[in-house]
Design a protein around this ligand. Sequence first.
Ligand SMILES: Nc1nc2c(ncn2[C@@H]2O[C@H](COP(=O)(O)OP(=O)(O)O)[C@@H](O)[C@H]2O)c(=O)[nH]1
Ligand SMILES: *[C@@H]1O[C@H](CO)[C@@H](O)[C@H](O)[C@H]1NC(C)=O
Ligand SMILES: *[C@@H]1O[C@H](CO)[C@@H](O)[C@H](O)[C@H]1NC(C)=O
Ligand SMILES: *[C@@H]1O[C@H](CO)[C@@H](O)[C@H](O)[C@H]1NC(C)=O
Ligand SMILES: [Mg+2]
Length: 385
Amino acid sequence: MTVFFPITTPKRYIAAVLVTIICLHYLFTITSDGSGRTSPFSNISERTGERHSNDALSIPDYNNLQSYPNITGPRANATFVLLARNSDLVGVINSMQSAEDRFNRYYNYPWVLLNEEPFTDEFKERVSVLTRAPIYFGLIPKEHWFQPDWIDEDRARAGRQKMMAQRIIYGGSVPYRNMCRFNSGFFFQHELLQPYRYYWRVEPDVRFFCDLDYDPFLYMQEHDKVYSFTISLFEWEPTIPTLWKTVKDFIAEYPQYVENHNAMDFLSNDGGKTYNLCHFWSNFEIADMNFWRGEAYSAFFEYLETKGGFYYERWGDAPVHSIAAALFARRDQIHFFRDIGYRHEPFQHCPSGEQWTKGRCSCDQKDTFDYTQNSCLKKFEKLFA
Ligand SMILES: Nc1nc2c(ncn2[C@@H]2O[C@H](COP(=O)(O)OP(=O)(O)O)[C@@H](O)[C@H]2O)c(=O)[nH]1
Ligand SMILES: *[C@@H]1O[C@H](CO)[C@@H](O)[C@H](O)[C@H]1NC(C)=O
Ligand SMILES: *[C@@H]1O[C@H](CO)[C@@H](O)[C@H](O)[C@H]1NC(C)=O
Ligand SMILES: *[C@@H]1O[C@H](CO)[C@@H](O)[C@H](O)[C@H]1NC(C)=O
Ligand SMILES: [Mg+2]
């Protein structure tokens, strides 16, 4: 990206130098993927200083951090994570803008964006401008994404055709299955996520309705939480016909991984015999990657993987994560973020009362999934009754 133009006057010369510096800086910014643009644990004043003094992207000057209390207080070992395609650009911008406006512009947790194809320069430019925090763009290793060779493709195809005939959403899609398997067993193994413990998962075209005046990552840490949600609901049974049987086989073989004070009653109305299809909607997650990296979940995912259900059926990362969190963690380690207003089409959670006012929420309090017919929130709350 060298800039050539005839230099005839000093004015032009200065302009040329400036343009070159800006381009070089910009090139550095978008190519320093994962190489540690700033340490995630450098303190805020260092960080804003760094980003501010040589910022060629003319990012608006939110230089008012002092007016936000606790901003220089303790930070969590945490990052946002967003899986997306290049074609998701506009949706990614919508989601990031919302997360930044309502929370992260004050906290500056890093962003890690992942894709099985390289992000385009345009994509990186358009999303980098949205945050003052470090942002990293990562490529997913092939073996973490694509359907493995040992999957019997004839059987997988038959499974897809059956689901298409049943008109199940994404029933015929192989990429969707790649995505579900990646989110179930691989994202937390990505090189760019190794430096972190907690993550906040964001998807394209989601919305955060309320200001958050505390750090949810620190909340997780301080309260020993491993998994959290805003919306819970019933799964589409035909996507997971043999999942529960597989879970029961796993439990029988590895009873040591099942936590005593688990949340089985969230998953089952008959003590584990059958699955009631309740799960946490995993397009929103704030959770502890060390739980996924741990012995119980690693063994669980490996067991599921060998059954091939991510491809022969269409096992989603939502039921897989939910079942694991409910069985291998204590029930009190799962948290409902009642004060985080959130929408992912076609459902939303809107806080109410004091939380709605305090959060300056932009959602309608009456439009909330919480206690509707297809919600599992009541079931979750009954665990603690
Ligand atoms: N890189 C990449 N990301 C994908 C692909 N399919 C889905 N995603 C991402 O995976 C997440 C879930 O996909 P989405 O289309 O939102 O599924 P839905 O929320 O279940 O309707 C989103 O973050 C998508 O951007 C894919 O083929 N490649
Ligand atoms: C934050 O960084 C500034 C500038 O480098 C330094 O003076 C200060 O001591 C740091 N504060 C903490 C809490 O590390
Ligand atoms: C953050 O967490 C990861 C994963 O547990 C760990 O490897 C890393 O050392 C931690 N970083 C800090 C600064 O504590
Ligand atoms: C900020 O810190 C004070 C104590 O220093 C605490 O009472 C308050 O809850 C904190 N606020 C947030 C938003 O974390
Ligand atoms: Mg989505």
